[in-house]
Design a protein around this ligand. Structure first.
Ligand code: HEM
Length: 499
């Protein structure tokens, strides 16, 4: 009897504790009136997570239309705001860049690995500035945006097109091959060497980068509730991500050692050697922003950010061509008229291939492959679009909302490269096209990516006609949900033209 009474007390105590906990979460997550609007009340503990559905991307676009400049989503204990219009983007990331350019230091990987917040992408403040400025200077020295690098890219493109030619027009999935080839461009900049397409170590590495990008969005919930990491069966794939993260670090460390050993033999033409030289110079001047830890994380960053993005854009372009063969014909006609077929395109041809340039712009708009850019962090209580934004809020640049806005584009749902051409066929530059984001954190590799997209795609369309497996089997224009919105894998026929 006495035992039963005690267990009633225990039950009561537990229930009260749970209720108090829920109440605390509710009060903490209640939305102050001065915050941007949100789609309904935030539930205790989970906030708005239950509203995201299977395809959050569609919801984010819909809420952008509904709420305009900015809306709030509570994700677990973390407050997020989504910035949806050009004016508000400019206000946040240009006018108030001092407050909206940091990154959050909350990631599930950081609970299980040290030094996660080094490097360019994840760091903030003076460390970020030093890594970014040094990396940009090194890439520019190598000719990012200039002819020297264009030649490196063209060399890689010729390996790639040779491999595509080997498929003899038969159906194949060229997703990994494209990814490997684009990664080889980064590899030749960072390590001063390319890998063979059949190199098992390289194949493993590329799949790893792919998986890291894919898993990064899936594990978001673990950033808010880190203890869920310990659930059985790796339910949120956190353990897998951490394991991949360590494997990526091993690869980077191995490559750094290889380059250092090569250093003596006089091969100075790569990012690693250039960074170490800068590091030594900096030490002599008494500063300590550049170090081996940052070097390793910068390399991971350049690979992860620079490979999947560019190759995904190439894959989207090819997929769109399967849906719009008349556009592919028009690109080929322009290439034949402007360059001919006796020599491969080079970077100087870009100003003459205006239609192709407009197609690339339209692919970047329509596919909007980094739909929410990368999350920024608000580092000080401030205002945006008339609302109060508290310090510690995550800020999502909703690039997708801009790229699909009816007010901006009129018919955003249509694939229409002509929207980027004037009556004389000249390119119309539009600031609303922002696949590389805007502000201080704008993509570091924008010039390299633009160069790659032009050189890869102009060469591809000069050499091949891209066809579906059969006319009634055109793969759908469906994207996978993730940090990078890639098309679902599809097969394609690369038929060599009779040039
Ligand atoms: C079509 C290809 C690409 C697209 C669409 C793209 C897009 C983006 C976007 C949206 C961001 C986030 C900006 C922000 O935080 O607001 C970003 C950041 C970044 N990208 Fe790219 N990118 C591409 C290619 C590349 C390449 C080739 C490189 C490597 C050289 C690269 C390196 C980086 C780095 C290092 C950052 C982090 C910048 C920082 O935090 O300061 N990206 N990119």
């Amino acid at each position: 009897m006495f035992e039963t009474v005690l267990s009633y007390f225990e039950t009561f105590a537990i229930l009260t504790a749970v209720l108090l906990l829920l109440l605390t979460f509710y009060i903490r997550s209640r939305q102050p009136k001065t915050l941007p609007p949100s789609p309904g009340a935030a539930l205790p503990l989970i906030g708005h997570l239950h509203l995201l559905g299977k395809n959050p991307r569609r919801r984010f676009k819909r809420w952008a239309q509904e709420y305009g400049d900015v809306f709030t989503l509570q994700m677990g204990p973390q407050r997020n705001i989504f910035v949806n219009t050009l004016e508000t983007m400019k206000e946040a990331f240009i006018k108030k860049a001092d407050f909206f350019s940091d990154r959050s230091q909350n990631s599930i990987v950081s609970h299980h690995a040290s030094n996660v917040f080094h490097g360019i992408i994840s760091s903030s403040g003076s460390n970020w500035k030093a890594q970014r400025t040094t990396s940009l200077a090194i890439l520019r020295n190598f000719g990012m945006g200039k002819n020297m690098l264009a030649e490196k890219i063209l060399e890689e493109v010729s390996f790639y097109t040779k491999e595509l030619g080997n498929s003899k027009g038969k159906p194949c999935d060229i997703h990994y091959l494209t990814n490997m080839s684009v990664s080889n461009v980064i590899s030749s900049i960072i390590f001063g060497k390319r890998f063979e397409f059949n190199d098992p170590k390289f194949i493993k590495q590329i799949k790893m980068f792919n998986d890291i990008v894919k898993l990064s969005t899936g594990v978001l919930v673990l950033n808010f509730f880190p203890s869920l990491y310990y659930l059985p069966f790796d339910l949120f794939k956190g353990k897998k991500l951490v394991q991949l993260y360590f494997a990526m670090r091993d690869f980077t460390d191995e490559m750094i050692s290889e380059v250092k050993n090569r250093h003596d033999s006089g091969n100075l033409d790569n990012y690693i050697v250039a960074y170490i030289e800068e590091m030594e110079k900096e030490k002599q001047s008494g500063q300590h922003n550049l170090d081996e830890l940052n070097l390793a994380r910068n390399i991971d960053n350049l690979f992860v950010a620079g490979s999947e993005t560019t190759s995904t854009t190439i894959m989207w372009c090819l997929l769109y061509m399967l849906h719009y063969p008349e556009v592919q014909q028009k690109i080929y006609k322009e290439i034949v008229e402007q360059i001919g077929t006796d020599r491969p395109p080079n970077i100087a041809d870009k100003s003459n291939l205006k239609y192709l340039t407009a197609v690339i712009m339209e692919v970047q708009r329509k596919a909007s492959i980094v739909p929410l850019s990368l999350p920024h962090l608000c580092n000080k209580d401030t205002t945006l679009a008339g609302y109060t934004i508290p310090k510690g809020t995550i800020v999502m640049p909703n690039l997708d909302a801009i790229h699909s806005s009816k007010e901006i584009w009129g018919d955003p749902e249509n694939f229409r490269p002509e929207r980027f051409l004037d009556a004389k066929g000249n390119i119309i530059k539009r600031e609303e096209l922002m696949p590389f984001s805007i502000g201080r954190r704008i993509c570091l590799g924008e010039s390299l990516a633009k160069m790659e997209l032009f050189l890869y795609l102009s060469t591809l369309f000069q050499k091949f006609e891209f066809l579906p497996v059969s006319p009634d089997k055109v793969p759908p224009l469906l994207d996978t949900w993730g940090l990078v919105a890639a098309p679902e894998h599809f097969e394609i026929r690369c038929v060599e033209r009779d040039n």
